[in-house]
Design a protein around this ligand. Structure first.
Ligand SMILES: C[S@@+](CC[C@H](N)C(=O)[O-])C[C@H]1O[C@@H](n2cnc3c(N)ncnc32)[C@H](O)[C@@H]1O
Length: 327
């Protein structure tokens, strides 16, 4: 695959590089802001699950332009530094990370908490949705400690089967909850963003990091019958903006001439780094398809099992074989 083909297939990926954003996700936050004016009056913000940092770039430019803004960015992964952004490397589901974030806002609460967190997807939808929900709830838990009354919380959600439960939980804490889909988020993805405005926790609510919000101690009865929460769905981003599900020619209609641009800031220590190293050394897990094997090495199968089976050879098996002198 040529290096320009991704530019053709994903116009937001290309535009992110050309505009100096570290990731195409920047456009999602910008399009959400176009619709909801998220940055109005904001001087203190938290960016959860921030790496490689395009949302932090947007935040620092929009709210920290005069040097008065204050952005705290948190991620499991190391992130290259950004001017005006304080970084914490840690897991947002861990008490210690949450406490570290909260310490930065004691006495001066945040106006905005955003979370673009995504787990490593497994392809098992229920598991992925559950993991995503846990990230969102961890982010909400942190938000309940740092947000000022009236503050705003924006978080990625997967619009899966149980998303109504999440909306109900969010409605306990915010006067307005909407589901928004920016144009830069592909239609083929179940990703959307919960935009929660007007932080207003229930009377007597005491934030407690040790109690997960999913424990059903709140009244989620609204889930049943006619009072079931249905949140408005808002498609955002100018209709004239690019469609993330389309491929575009390299020479865009704005008249500018295409020139390849390298990524603004490649991730500094991505989780797939080890896989890349193994691949370079030819040691990465290989998929073996029985139909590709010489006939003599394949055990005859009863017809009912004769459909191609897949077996993944793990990197550890490859290394073991090498050590044992096997081919
Ligand atoms: C889609 S990326 C975020 C992109 C980012 N908003 C940007 O604009 O550059 C999702 C991030 O979630 C982070 N993440 C996933 N689980 C996390 C956790 N438990 N704690 C902290 N970060 C987490 C991943 O490391 C990854 O960097």
């Amino acid at each position: 695959m040529g290096r320009t083909s991704k530019d053709k297939r994903d116009v937001y990926y290309r535009l992110a590089k050309e505009n100096g954003w570290r990731a195409r996700s920047a456009f999602k936050l910008l399009q959400l802001d176009e619709e909801f004016h998220l940055f109005q009056g904001v001087t203190r913000a938290v960016d959860l699950c921030a790496a490689p940092g395009s949302w932090s770039q947007v935040l620092s430019q929009k709210i920290g332009g005069q040097g008065s803004g204050h952005v705290v960015a948190v991620d499991l992964q190391a992130m290259a530094p950004l001017p005006g952004v304080l970084q914490i490397q840690g897991d947002i589901t861990q008490l210690s990370t949450a406490q570290e974030i909260i310490r930065h806002f004691e006495g001066s609460p945040a106006d905005l908490v955003v979370c673009d967190g995504a787990p490593d997807v497994t392809g098992l939808h229920d598991v992925d949705e559950y993991m995503q929900a846990q990230l969102l709830l961890a982010a909400l838990n942190i938000a309940t400690h740092v947000l000022k009354p009236g503050g705003c919380f924006v978080a990625k959600i997967f619009r899966g089967r149980d998303v109504t439960l999440i909306y109900s939980q969010l409605r306990v804490f915010f006067s307005s909850v909407l589901c928004a889909k920016p144009r830069s988020s592909r239609n083929s993805s179940i990703e959307a963003f919960a935009v929660c405005q007007g932080y207003d926790p229930p009377e007597g609510f005491l934030p407690d990091l040790t109690k997960p919000l999913l424990d059903h101690s709140y009244d989620f009865n609204q889930l049943d019958g006619p009072t079931r929460i249905i949140v408005p769905f808002v498609a955002c981003g100018d209709l004239s903006s690019y469609d993330s599900d389309r491929s575009y020619p390299l020479d865009l209609e704005d008249g500018s001439e295409y020139k390849y641009t390298p990524p603004t800031q490649p991730p500094i220590s991505p989780p797939y780094q080890e896989a890349c190293t193994l691949k370079k050394k030819g040691r990465l897990a290989k998929e073996i398809h029985p139909q590709d094997c010489p006939i003599s090495t394949v055990d005859p199968l009863p017809p009912s099992l004769a459909a191609p089976q897949r077996h993944t050879l793990l990197a550890s098996e490859v290394e073991d074989n090498e050590m044992n002198g096997s081919p």
